[in-house]
Design a protein around this ligand. Sequence first.
Ligand code: IPD
Length: 272
Amino acid sequence: MSAPVPDLQELLSVATEAAARAARLLVDERPPDLGVAATKSSPTDPVTEMDRASERLVVETVLARRPGDGFFGEEGADRAGTSGVVWVIDPIDGTVNYLYDHPFWAVSVAAEVEGEAVVGVVAAPAVGETFWAVRGGGAHLSSDAGSRPLQVNSGVALDRALVGTGFGYAAERRARQGAVVAQLLPRVRDIRRGGSAAYDLCSLAAGRLDAYYERGVQRWDTAAGALVAREAGAVVGGVRGAAASPELTVAAAPGLFDDLAALLAELGADRD
Ligand code: IPD
């Protein structure tokens, strides 16, 4: 017997509460001396400690309201659950930005049913923004200015596109990603490297980028942001007809997606 279809508004309420609590913790409890030197000399990485505390808080918040749900988190949350709902969590997406106190980092919380995100919340407290989407219900941005629906830019030609991307942590992967970006740069308007895949996908949804691609992003990095981007009108996929995956994730409005995906395939952006 399959699990009952969950109430998406309830999932949105849970996701919003969990992301907001974790975001507040990360702002309020950020160690005052958190910095590169402190992290290098400390036996326990304070960034990792904050990642873990954030993920724990998201899990606790969800379990208090939905004890049967499952989890899949960057910091190790892993439980199948019994309800059919699995929460995919990146407790700090943009960890290096958090370390350096650059504002573009986010708590990313998605609820998946049968492997598909149905609710996504990306809370970026350092810029006072929370992006959220419910499958079939559009994408939205909430801030002190209120709440507004989001729509990706459409009708942008590849050579006029502002393209967000990111780089992995391994040196060999980065060398290859650099070679791809060097060939892409003369063929687009410009490149941005924001430092948080979740925030990049939400920036695309808000029209602050025309496209985004990256090799190596994981399910927790993109689960919530990809739903926000899709609900704002983006196509999110891979190249050569593949689905979005750690091999390559590409996102843009429909026509631009095809042109960018074709160029990325030609450049071998999905290969090391
Ligand atoms: C990273 C960020 C970054 C991207 C990296 C990711 P993390 O996630 O999303 O923008 O370029 O590939 O690993 O490590 O900060 O959760």
